[in-house]
Ligand binder design. Structure first.
Ligand SMILES: [Fe+2]
Ligand SMILES: [Fe+2]
Length: 675
């Protein structure tokens, strides 16, 4: 039988007698024909030898060697001790003429298990042979037990160390890798795989092939899902919770429920032989995964590149190590459960953050996607900075936790826009659309009042027969209407935030002095002071108070983010977000910090925030800048001492901008210097 029972009982004498074939070696000149049938009934095979030196005991059988005491001396018999060693289960039965014991002493071999006097009588012969097999099985059981204890005590400390290491690892992928690596180290397994149990809401279970390692073959990894049924080895373990320790998966005995599919081996030229497969059970004793170790070897240095090397070098997994691996698998399951829980909490949190940011960006669709792009760019820049081992930031290297901190800071940096009125966020021109409508209506009223003023005069003159005067007034009216039309055109032009042509600014100021009289006789200005203030904005489209309202988003972001009870590793988030509009020379906002007061991560975010604002899709008041132009502007920002020169340099040289989809295949080229 090639399959070992999965429990401790594999070390008992009875199970060894069941497990091992019985082999009786005898001298060729000692005929056992008379007992051949009864020996065969007892499951004993016969093997002849011509001399003691040529005896080859079989390590996978219980060996009884019949030695003719009359013709053998003590040295020859003792030599068998070495041939069998500790590993091969064997015993010697001496057949000799009574009184002929002078040729050997009783201590000639530790394997000596009985004497049968010549001539051989059936009963003493059979009793001696049976007793010798029992003694061999007993010795092997004791040897195994000893080994078992040694393996367990030797590995208990390892197991504790591994347990600590597993519980400290929070990254899921690394944890899976560590579980396989450590369990393969303990068993000298050539390969291993890890499956995780998945369950549909309807309760249907499947196994996801999650991780694999193989010392001898490079096998491309691809996740797949298979049904959790008893038909496969790992499925059987997942369903029943029993461990399987199989010495050769190609020789699985008939009648068991599981089988081994050789197609994978065939496709990669590998030979899976011994296999130890244990369930991973969590703290509720539920099976959450399956750990499969393949091909135990005497030493980890042995490689099994082809089936022949596997035949030669693969040994069964020791039942003692099975217990250790079962223990490790349980620790691993709990560690995995914790790390998956942590990951799902993080995913939930990140999902919540993204949804919130998305909701805020919906208020200003023009900047949609900005927070995620700034996050990707800033993290890309931080990774590039981490890699560079020369220059100002040679010592900077961000840990995984710090990268996570930067990620959240990026996603939340503009969260404070929630505190800015939507109309201000989306304001495209200097006046809001409704305000412009009011101005247009007012000018229509002005035109009408001019018309009615002139028409009244003209009717009066016409009735008096003064035709020439009517004509003059008509021409005057047309000129007034044309002038008013020009004024409204001036207003419409000024409403658009671009550079105002020379002279128009003064014209607008003059317009501020114009008045008209409504039908009630009340005098009104053409433009209110507020309208005039808006229309005369020299740069951009925002009034001073609107501008500071927009700027207040940074403080809002900080005040919001600082209220989240971040874990220690993420406590830098508020400070990073708070610094994303500061400038090295202290002209930024809201705190007007100087270079040394702005945390490095915020300085990186400043570069990326400006880059995205420049290159993001068209805004009504500004065209999206192409890569070359955006980078030129970043360089101007460096010259103005707004941005850190080293960071902008790394941003360009490391092509950090390529993380943005629109620039994924673009490369910045330095323009030729103008001669
Ligand atoms: Fe911002
Ligand atoms: Fe931003």
């Amino acid at each position: 039988m090639n399959q070992e029972p999965p429990s401790d009982s594999s070390n008992s004498m009875e199970s060894i007698e069941r497990e091992f074939p019985k082999l009786l070696h005898h001298p060729f000149d000692l005929s056992l024909d008379e007992w051949k049938d009864s020996l065969a009934e007892g499951g004993i095979s016969l093997k002849e030898f011509t001399s003691i030196k040529k005896i080859r005991p079989d390590s996978k059988s219980l060996n009884i060697i019949i030695v003719d005491g009359d013709s053998s001396d003590g040295d020859e018999i003792r030599a068998l001790d070495e041939v069998c060693g500790e590993e091969i289960p064997a015993a010697i039965v001496l057949v000799e003429t009574p009184g002929n014991g002078a040729r050997r002493d009783e201590d000639s071999s530790s394997l000596l298990a009985g004497f049968v006097p010549k001539p051989i009588a059936t009963e003493p012969f059979q009793i001696s042979i049976r007793a010798a097999f029992r003694q061999t099985a007993y010795r092997l059981a004791a040897h195994r037990e000893e080994n078992h204890r040694t393996i367990i005590s030797r590995n208990l400390e390892n197991l504790t160390q591994i347990g600590i290491a597993l519980s400290a690892e929070q990254n899921n992928h690394r944890l899976l890798d560590m579980i396989l690596t450590r369990s393969r180290e303990l068993t000298n397994a050539d390969a291993g795989s890890l499956y995780l149990v998945e369950e549909t809401p309807e309760g249907e279970r499947s196994l996801r092939f999650k991780h694999t390692q193989n010392d001898s073959k490079t096998i491309p990894f691809k996740e797949f899902v298979m049904p959790a049924t008893k038909a496969s080895i790992s499925g059987y373990v997942a369903v029943t919770g029993e461990s399987l320790n199989i010495s050769d998966v190609y020789q699985i005995p008939k009648g068991v429920e599981y089988g081994f599919n050789q197609s994978f081996d065939q496709s990669v030229g590998y030979r899976s032989m011994s296999m130890l497969v244990v369930p991973m059970t969590d703290h509720k004793n539920e099976i959450t995964g399956v750990l499969q170790l393949i091909n135990a070897k005497q030493s980890p240095d042995i490689l099994l590149p082809d089936p022949a090397s596997a035949d030669k070098n693969v040994i069964p997994f020791d039942p003692a190590i099975q217990q250790i691996i079962q223990s490790l698998a349980s620790q691993a399951a709990v560690a995995l459960e914790n790390s998956m829980l942590l990951e799902s909490i993080e995913q939930t949190f990140e999902g919540f953050v993204k949804a919130s940011v998305h909701a805020i960006e919906q208020r200003d669709p023009i900047t949609s996607g900005h927070s995620e792009r700034v996050t990707d760019l800033t993290c890309g820049l931080a990774e590039a900075v981490s890699k560079i081992k020369t220059g100002r930031y040679a010592d900077v290297e961000y840990t995984e936790e710090q990268m996570k901190e930067l990620r959240y800071a990026g996603l939340l940096h503009d969260f404070g826009k929630i505190g800015v009125r939507e109309s201000v966020l989306v304001k495209a021109n200097k006046l809001y659309p409704l305000e412009l409508e009011v101005v247009k209506n007012r000018f229509a009223t002005i035109k009408r009042s001019i018309q009615s003023e002139y028409q009244e005069k003209m009717i009066h003159l016409a009735l008096g027969g003064n035709k020439d005067k009517v004509k003059t007034l008509q021409a005057e009216l047309e000129q007034r209407l044309e002038e008013t039309g020009n004024l409204i055109d001036l207003v419409l032009r000024s409403d658009i935030p671009s550079m105002m042509p020379e002279g128009e600014f003064d014209e607008l100021l003059k317009l501020g002095e114009f008045t008209y009289t409504d039908i009630d006789g009340t005098e009104h200005p053409y433009l209110t002071q507020y309208e005039l203030n808006c229309l005369t904005i020299q740069r951009g489209n925002l009034t001073e108070s609107e501008f500071s309202e927009i700027q207040s988003h940074v403080s809002h972001s900080y005040n919001f983010v600082v209220q989240i009870p971040w874990i220690k590793e993420l406590r830098g988030i508020p400070e990073i977000a708070y610094g994303h509009h500061e400038k090295l020379n202290g002209e930024g906002y809201p705190r007007k910090l100087h270079e040394e007061e702005i945390v490095l991560q915020a300085r990186m975010m400043c570069v990326c925030d400006i880059f995205d604002a420049l290159t993001a899709s068209d805004r009504p008041y500004k065209k999206a800048a192409p890569l070359e132009k955006a980078i030129q502007i970043l360089k101007f920002e460096v010259k103005d001492n707004h941005l850190c020169p080293e960071l902008v340099d790394i941003f360009i040289k490391d092509k950090v901008y390529q993380v943005v989809e629109a620039f994924a295949d673009q490369e910045y080229e330095e323009p030729e210097p103008k001669s």
